[in-house]
Ligand binder design. Structure first.
Ligand SMILES: Nc1ncnc2c1ncn2[C@@H]1O[C@H](COP(=O)(O)OP(=O)(O)OP(=O)(O)O)[C@@H](O)[C@H]1O
Ligand SMILES: O=P(O)(O)O[C@H]1[C@H](O)[C@@H](O)[C@H](OP(=O)(O)O)[C@@H](OP(=O)(O)O)[C@H]1O
Ligand SMILES: [Mg+2]
Ligand SMILES: [Mg+2]
Length: 337
């Protein structure tokens, strides 16, 4: 007789459980449901991560979006990066009806990062400045509509060219990553609002700061070349540029000027990460930060991404599995209190 889909799933789950080390079968298994795109699943859920997780008693289970969430699991943790209003509502409702499950992260908090203005607002409001350095966001303005008004608006706001034009919405779509660099005021009319116009800051190399709960990992990435005064006086137009710093190629071993390559001070990043975690209410994100060329301690945050490409973060397997375990342990502690 043919087996029902649910029966097959149940059997697979039982088989998976049986293949877990004996000790883990006796102690409680941490079940992590995940709802990710197939691209994300491939880059995140690599065999090494699954293997290590298995040894630590963590089981990753794919969420079926066509079935009610409550009928699946039961999960201890839900990991997700999917867009759309419907999915957001499903998750919010699930959070309300299943307070015992940790949803990473709350959809309403992630929404903050879907707009390039609101994403940087808390960095701007933080005014972070201490003996280790100063963290700002580049001067920027939002253009909602009417491209013909941009040259005037930019002039009035006193923004300095060149400007990076970024789609206002950062929802993970290919379009939201289509950025351009504008060298002269009049070409700004060619841009397509809604967008954010951000002053370009010379920096040499970009630092990606990955955050997983309390853990922080920093890597260097190649970025756009600096723009000299001469470049500015001899170039005109608006140029689309590719996703330079997203490529897996790391600039950690590149032959860079030591002043450029020096990582931002750890205590400064710790403070920044702590504040952002608290203010954004997120535990899984990364940020792009640059050091202004010619300075030692002037930094700018230019981008924050929810659930970034952790597969590119060194040692992510250990960091991520430890983080998942720490979540269930702190819940257990809270319960026994
Ligand atoms: N204000 C700026 N000054 C200098 N370079 C910038 C600035 N803004 C962006 N860049 C460069 O453009 C790249 C892409 O910008 P940004 O990170 O904002 O876009 P994104 O599409 O959100 O990227 P990601 O793939 O990280 O999500 C940066 O990594 C950096 O190399
Ligand atoms: O397409 P969206 O949903 O925006 O997400 C991207 C992030 O914005 C990027 O930051 C990720 O790359 P990095 O991990 O190099 O930042 C990138 O990682 P990926 O290239 O491994 O997918 C994506 O997660
Ligand atoms: Mg970026
Ligand atoms: Mg981004």
């Amino acid at each position: 007789m043919r087996m029902m889909k649910e029966e097959i799933e149940e059997q697979t789950r039982e088989e998976e459980l049986l293949s877990f080390p004996q000790t883990q079968q006796q102690s409680k298994l941490v079940v992590v449901g995940y709802a990710l795109t197939s691209k994300k699943t491939k880059s995140f859920l690599q065999p090494k991560l699954e293997g290590l997780a298995r040894n630590k008693g963590i089981l990753f289970v794919a969420i079926d979006q066509n079935r009610p969430l409550s009928d699946q699991g039961p999960f201890d943790i839900v990991l997700h990066k999917l867009t759309g209003k419907e999915w957001r509502q499903i998750l919010e409702e699930y959070r309300q009806t299943h307070p015992e499950v940790t949803v990473l992260d709350p959809p309403y908090a992630i929404q903050h990062l879907h707009n390039r203005q609101s994403m940087l607002q808390c960095v701007a409001d933080m005014n972070l400045s201490n003996s280790y350095g100063k963290v700002d966001v580049p001067r920027q303005l939002v253009i909602e509509r009417d491209a013909s008004s941009i040259p005037d608006v930019v002039l009035k706001a006193g923004l300095t060219l060149p400007l990076v034009a970024k789609p206002l919405v950062a929802d993970g779509s290919a379009k939201s990553h289509e950025l351009s660099l504008a060298y002269d005021q009049y070409s700004l009319k060619k841009l397509e609002p809604p967008l954010v116009l951000q002053e370009f800051v010379n920096h040499g190399v970009l630092f990606k700061v990955y955050i997983v709960g309390e853990a922080i990992k920093v890597v260097r990435r190649f970025s756009l070349p600096d723009v000299t005064k001469q470049d500015l006086s001899t170039s005109a137009g608006v140029f689309r540029f590719p996703r330079v710093s997203c490529a897996a190629a790391s600039a950690d071993d590149a032959d860079l000027d030591p002043c450029v390559a020096e990582l931002p001070p750890r205590p400064l990043l710790e403070r920044l990460a702590k504040e952002l975690r608290r203010q954004l209410g997120l535990r899984l994100f990364n940020l792009d930060i640059i050091r202004e060329h010619g300075t030692r301690d002037q930094f700018y945050v230019i981008d924050i991404n929810y659930f970034p490409g952790y597969g590119k973060m060194p040692e992510y397997e250990h960091i991520f599995t430890d983080f998942l375990l720490s979540l269930t342990q702190s819940r257990y502690k809270k319960k026994s209190c």
